[in-house]
Design a protein around this ligand. Structure first.
Ligand SMILES: *Cc1c(COP(=O)(O)O)cnc(C)c1O
Length: 424
């Protein structure tokens, strides 16, 4: 082979300028400099109070942990079943790591499909009672891959107005006609489908559990409306997997649609399941099409073995130990009822996601700071994430919380709520 055709490290040094490359001395400077762009944008965020600076955990993700150096009761995670630091999951992750190595080494379609990937997908499809399941890198990339891979020009997609950012971004990747229906409103969905006839594939897209209010999509009614128009229902069950339905099989299972070929379930393996990843499950041919069309699947390296091990153990564990789901829901009912008794508005949430309304964003952020000082870690959310007058603190109750943890949180809430005049 002619060595001259390849760029070697020494060649790189000799030719620091490739043909066609210019340096700043060749052309007059114009446009915006990077430092100017960064300075302006950060100042804008700071002025509007939207600049994020995340708190840092100094210990593993648990119901009680250490955050920014302080011991806290943690109501901020999505660690519904306590799997993020679960001994059996860690054990299986370590085992897969030893046996299969650190990385998959390639994208799934080239050389990155290990036997453990295939086995886990089979296990997941069996667990969810669907014809097939495909695993991607995250819930976020799953929405990109499935919506982008399935829909094309001439199709119609109708989306709940409160759907997750990853759905909105996924829909940006398609040339399908996009319409919005009112939040969790089957009558409005009916109207939109009636007013927008389409000869293509019709897809109704909804979260299973909505992440800001903790309400559940009325799937029984939505699927019924969708079917009347020959539309497929696409449920993003990120906050429903491991939470809703028997053994956490999800919101679709909760409503009894798990065997239906006209219902697509996507979701995350990053929340209740404790690792990271996403999945699409449903029609027997869905998996094969997505292998060929879902761009994150085609162009991004497969999940590492340790993650696959942890996830496989998570599905075993939730079926082996029914007390996990019982504790999750006992804690959920207890915490919501007690907040209600104290006089807080939890927006009618029916899932472990428990918003507590403080009104203005500034009040919610102040409440979050005060709670933190009292040893409670829960994050404030304001406009534009939620409506302007419904700024809140979002709490997520987990199976790992003890009664003591929740009582400590409730007494902190009572104090902060009174001090800020939100409750009597
Ligand atoms: C969290 C979430 C996602 C993203 O899942 P990741 O695995 O964290 O990327 C997607 N959709 C919904 C509805 C979510 O709540």
């Amino acid at each position: 082979m002619e060595s001259g055709r390849f760029i070697t490290p020494t060649q790189g040094k000799e030719t620091s300028r490739l043909p066609g490359m210019t340096t700043t001395t060749d052309v007059p400077a114009s446009g915006v400099s990077l430092s100017e762009r960064l300075r302006q944008d950060l100042a804008g965020l700071r002025e509007s109070g939207l600049l994020i600076s995340p708190r840092v955990l100094d210990a593993p993700q648990r119901a009680r942990t250490r955050v920014d150096g302080r011991e806290v009761v943690n109501l901020a995670s999505n660690n519904y079943l306590g799997f993020a630091d679960h001994p059996r999951l860690k054990e299986r992750a370590a085992q897969y790591l030893q046996q299969w190595g650190v990385g998959a080494g390639a994208v799934r379609t080239i050389a990155g499909t290990l036997r453990i990937h295939e086995d886990f997908e089979r296990q997941l499809a069996d667990f969810k009672h669907t014809g097939s399941a495909l695993v991607l890198h995250s819930g976020f990339s799953t929405n990109q891959g499935v919506l982008g891979g399935l829909l094309r020009e001439g199709d119609l997609v109708v989306s709940d107005e409160l759907n997750h950012a990853s759905i909105i971004d996924g829909l940006r990747l398609t040339k399908a006609t996009k319409k919005i229906y009112k939040h969790a409103d089957p009558a409005d969905l009916d109207r939109v489908l009636r007013e927008n006839p389409s000869e293509g594939l019709k897809l109704v897209v909804t979260d299973g559990v909505f992440s800001m209010d903790g309400d559940v999509a009325p799937l029984d009614k939505l699927v019924e409306v969708a079917r009347r128009y020959g539309a497929v229902t696409y449920v993003d069950d990120a906050h429903g997997s491991g939470v809703m339905g028997e053994a956490g099989r999800g919101t679709v299972h909760h409503f009894g649609f798990e065997y239906a070929d006209d219902v697509i379930q996507v979701g995350t393996l990053s929340k209740a399941w404790g690792g990271v990843g996403g999945y699409a499950a449903g029609h027997p041919d869905l998996r094969e099409l997505l292998i060929n069309r879902a761009r994150p699947y085609l162009f991004s390296t497969a999940q590492p073995p340790a993650v696959v091990g942890a996830l496989a153990a998570a599905l075993d564990e939730v079926q082996r130990d029914p007390s996990l789901m019982e504790r999750l829901w006992d804690n959920t009912r207890f915490f919501k009822a007690e907040l209600g008794r104290l006089g807080f508005d939890t927006l009618g949430s029916v899932t472990p996601i428990t918003p507590v309304v403080f009104g203005e964003a500034s009040a919610a952020f102040e409440a979050s700071r005060r709670l933190f000082d009292l040893g409670i870690f829960a994050v404030g959310l304001g406009f534009p994430t939620v409506p302007r007058d419904l700024a809140r603190i979002r709490n997520i109750v987990t199976a790992e919380h003890t009664r003591d943890d929740l009582e400590q949180a409730l007494s902190a809430y009572q104090q902060v709520g009174r001090d800020l005049g939100v409750i009597a």
